[in-house]
Design a protein around this ligand. Structure first.
Ligand code: SF4
Length: 210
């Protein structure tokens, strides 16, 4: 169980799963560069939260609900939690996270959504088998099943993200395809730093040999 003073943001898991260095730049060094993409994402989330709660037939929709997990040490907000009325009169929670772009090749969005479900399960003392990611670019929902593999991946991401943030260390950059869509590319400078490192190790090798 975590102390509330040690809670980390749910979004940090998504940042960690995308790139641990990005996570450290945001959550350790407090670097955040607003660009067109992040501004669009922020405005979209604000709009979702402002819409308020409503009911549509057998579905009750709650927006901007606060979430937390003592077990995983997480805190944050859900864009949308739908409650679907079941045949026996009970309500099944179903989290829906809104994303600006399109589905990603990595699991970072699924991990963030699954972390929301794990928070809800702990808060509601209920099982939440599935949720959805809504992507603004495709205007489609992607259903996500919270199977055992995704739950384990999410719990491990929470543990590693805590470790990273508590260490206060920012990992060195490793340039990869994901860097091209990273909002912190200019701040991180992965190619420049990597090149500098290879020059440094070349000089060290030369000195060691002489
Ligand atoms: S530019 Fe690349 S290495 Fe740097 S934070 Fe972004 S994804 Fe990570």
């Amino acid at each position: 169980m975590y102390n509330p003073d040690d809670f980390i943001m749910l979004s940090a898991l998504q940042h960690y799963a995308f790139c641990p260095r990005q996570c450290a730049l945001i959550h350790v060094e407090q670097v955040w560069l607003e660009n067109r993409l992040t501004a669009e994402g922020r405005i979209m989330h604000e709009h979702v939260h402002e819409e308020g709660d409503e009911s549509r037939g057998n579905v009750r929709i709650e927006r901007g609900s606060s979430l937390r997990s003592l077990r995983l040490g997480l805190i944050g907000k859900a864009d949308v939690v739908e409650y679907h009325r079941q045949a026996d009169g009970t309500w099944q929670a179903y989290p829906v996270e809104h994303k600006r772009g399109k589905p990603k090749a990595d699991h970072s969005d699924k991990i963030q959504l699954c972390a929301q479900a794990l928070c809800l399960e702990e808060m509601l003392n209920a099982d939440i088998p599935a949720g959805a990611l809504f992507y603004g670019k495709t205007r489609r929902r992607l259903d996500v099943v919270f199977d055992e593999a995704l739950r384990l991946e999410t719990q491990e991401a929470a543990r590693l993200t805590h470790e990273l943030i508590e260490s206060g260390q920012t990992p060195r950059p490793v340039y990869a395809k994901r860097c091209e869509s990273c909002s912190l590319m200019a701040e991180c400078m992965p190619k420049t730093i990597q090149k500098k490192r290879s020059v440094e190790s070349y000089l060290k090798r030369m000195l060691d040999e002489t």
